[in-house]
Design a binder for this molecule. Structure first.
Ligand SMILES: Cc1cc2nc3c(=O)[nH]c(=O)nc-3n(C[C@H](O)[C@H](O)[C@H](O)COP(=O)(O)OP(=O)(O)OC[C@H]3O[C@@H](n4cnc5c(N)ncnc54)[C@H](O)[C@@H]3O)c2cc1C
Length: 405
C-alpha cells in the first residue's frame, strides 16, 4: 500500500474521525483547523449504531460507553395531549439488531474523545485553509497565515461553508430550509421533578416539533425545539436569544414541554440550512466529506453519522493494493457514498413534512400508521441505515423507508 501524505481541512467530528481512520490505515495525516482551539457547541448528538460501529473500530468503544446514554426507546408523541404515537424500544434491541449501541451524547464529549485519540503532532489549530493548487501529482495548501503545505490528497471536511467545496465546484449559497431551532442543555436537577424517562422523545405538532434526551450520564437534558419560519433575517446563522421566545412558541403544547422550557436559562436560535445532493465530491487529488458535501436537516439525526461513515469508507478505499491510484480511490469513494448520503438527505428533508403536519386527515392517517407500527418508522425499515458497516462498504443498498429523528 502506498503511504500518502493527506491533508484534512476542518477538525469537526467528520475531519477528526477521518484523520484517525486514515492514520489507522497507515497514511501520513495532517489535520488543519481554522480555530485556535477545537471546540463543539453546547448541545447533544445522537450516535446511531452505524456511527458507533465505525467508532468502535477505532478502539473507542469504552470511551463512548463511559460518556454516552443508551436510551430505552424512541418515543414519538402528540404535541397537545402527549399521546404515544409510536414507542420503539432501543437499548438492547439496537445492539442485538445492528451490532452496536445507539448513544445520546454531549457533542463536546464526542469531539474531545476523537481529538484525545490523535497522536501528537497531527492536529494543527489556527490553520485556516484559504485555497489550494492541484498540480496533478501533488496539492499545495495555502493558509491564512501565509504558510503552505504539500500533500498527495486534500480532504475538505470544512463544514457547510466549505472553502474547499467552493474552489472545486464554484460558489453556491446553501438553502434555508424554512426551519429555525432553539437548542440548549439543562442540568438534571432542574427538571428532575418532571420524571422524564431515559428515552429520546419526539413531540410532533402543527408547524413544529420538539425533541429531548439525556446526555453525559443523565447529568444534562438536551432539547431541540424546531419551528417553521418563512425567512431568516439575521446576518449570523446562530443568535443568542431569550428562552421566552421558545416558551411563547410552545405555549399551547403539553405541560412537559412547558416544564422543560421553564428550566432553561440560556438558549440559542439556529437557522437550519441544507444543500441539494451533489453529483460529484472530488476533482483531481481533492475531495470532500461531511457537511462540506452533504449538509442536511437534523431530522434523521444523521449529519455527523454520515460524516463518520464517509471517513471510514474513504480510509477503506485508500487502503487497498491500488491506494496509490488516488483518482481511482476517490471514484470508488464517491460511488459508494453519494447514493447513500443523497438518500439520507432526502429522508431528512421529508421528515420536516411528517413531523410538522397540521392536525387533519393526513395527520390522522400518519398517526394511524404509526399506531400499527407498519410504517417507515419501524426499526426493521431502517436496517439499511443503522445496519451499515462503513468499514466494509458495499454497493448502494436497495430502497427503504424513512427514519427517526
Ligand atoms: C440542531 C442539530 C442537531 C443535530 N443532531 C445530530 C444528531 O443527533 N446526530 C448526527 O449524526 N448529526 C446531527 N446533526 C448534524 C451534525 O451536527 C453535522 O452534520 C456534523 O457536525 C458535521 O460535521 P463536519 O465535521 O462535517 O462539519 P463541522 O462540524 O461543521 O466541522 C467543520 C470544521 O471545519 C472547520 N473549518 C471551516 N472552514 C475551515 C477552513 N477554511 N480551514 C480550516 N478549518 C475550517 C470549522 O471550524 C469546523 O471545526 C445535528 C445538527 C443540528 C443543527
Amino acid at each position: 500500500m502506498a503511504r500518502l501524505r493527506i491533508g484534512i481541512a476542518g477538525a469537526g467530528i467528520g475531519g477528526t474521525f477521518a484523520a484517525l481512520s486514515l492514520l489507522k490505515t497507515g497514511h501520513d495525516v495532517r489535520l488543519y483547523e481554522q480555530a485556535g482551539q477545537v471546540r463543539e457547541v453546547g448541545a447533544g448528538i445522537q450516535i446511531s449504531p452505524n456511527a458507533s460501529l465505525a467508532l468502535h473500530e477505532l478502539g473507542l468503544a469504552d470511551a463512548l460507553a463511559g460518556l454516552g446514554v443508551r436510551p430505552e426507546a424512541w418515543h414519538q408523541r402528540r404535541w397537545d395531549d402527549g399521546r404515544t404515537l409510536l414507542r420503539t424500544p432501543l437499548a438492547r434491541v439496537m445492539e442485538a439488531e445492528f451490532g452496536a449501541p445507539h448513544y445520546q451524547m454531549h457533542r463536546a464529549d464526542v469531539l474531545e474523545t476523537l481529538i484525545g485519540a490523535l497522536p501528537d503532532g497531527i492536529l494543527h489549530p489556527a490553520h485556516k485553509l484559504t485555497g489550494f493548487d492541484d498540480s496533478g501529482d501533488r496539492v499545495t495548501l495555502r493558509f491564512a497565515s501565509g504558510e503552505t503545505a504539500e500533500v498527495d490528497l486534500l480532504i475538505g471536511a470544512d463544514g457547510i461553508h466549505s472553502t474547499v467545496r467552493e474552489q472545486l465546484f464554484g460558489p453556491s449559497d446553501p438553502h434555508f430550509t424554512g426551519c429555525v431551532c432553539y437548542r440548549g442543555l439543562i442540568p438534571f436537577d432542574r427538571i428532575a421533578h418532571l420524571d422524564i424517562p431515559v428515552e429520546a422523545q419526539v413531540w410532533m405538532g402543527p408547524g413544529k416539533h420538539f425533541v429531548h434526551y439525556y446526555v453525559r450520564n443523565r447529568e444534562l437534558l438536551n432539547f431541540v425545539a424546531v419551528i417553521d419560519q418563512d425567512t431568516w433575517q439575521a446576518e449570523s446563522w446562530t443568535e443568542a436569544c431569550d428562552p421566552s421566545e421558545a416558551i411563547i412558541a410552545f405555549g399551547d403544547w403539553h405541560p412537559q414541554i412547558g416544564g422543560i422550557l421553564a428550566a432553561v436559562d440560556e438558549t440559542f436560535v439556529w437557522a437550519l440550512f441544507d444543500r441539494r445532493p451533489m453529483q460529484a465530491w472530488s476533482r483531481g487529488r481533492v475531495t470532500l466529506l461531511g457537511d462540506a458535501c452533504h449538509p442536511m436537516l437534523p431530522f434523521v439525526a444523521q449529519g455527523a453519522a454520515q460524516a463518520i461513515e464517509d471517513g471510514a469508507t474513504l480510509a477503506t478505499c485508500l487502503s487497498g493494493p491500488d491506494a496509490g491510484d488516488v483518482a481511482g480511490a476517490l471514484r470508488d469513494y464517491e460511488s459508494l457514498r453519494i447514493p447513500r448520503t443523497s438518500k439520507v438527505q432526502s429522508l431528512a428533508a421529508g421528515n420536516k413534512q411528517r413531523f410538522h403536519m397540521p392536525d387533519g386527515p393526513d395527520q390522522a392517517a400518519r398517526d394511524a400508521e404509526m399506531a400499527r407500527n407498519v410504517t417507515d418508522w419501524s426499526l426493521k425499515s431502517v436496517a439499511w441505515l443503522y445496519g451499515h458497516n462503513a468499514w466494509q462498504p458495499e454497493a448502494p443498498a436497495p430502497a427503504a423507508g424513512a427514519a427517526h429523528t
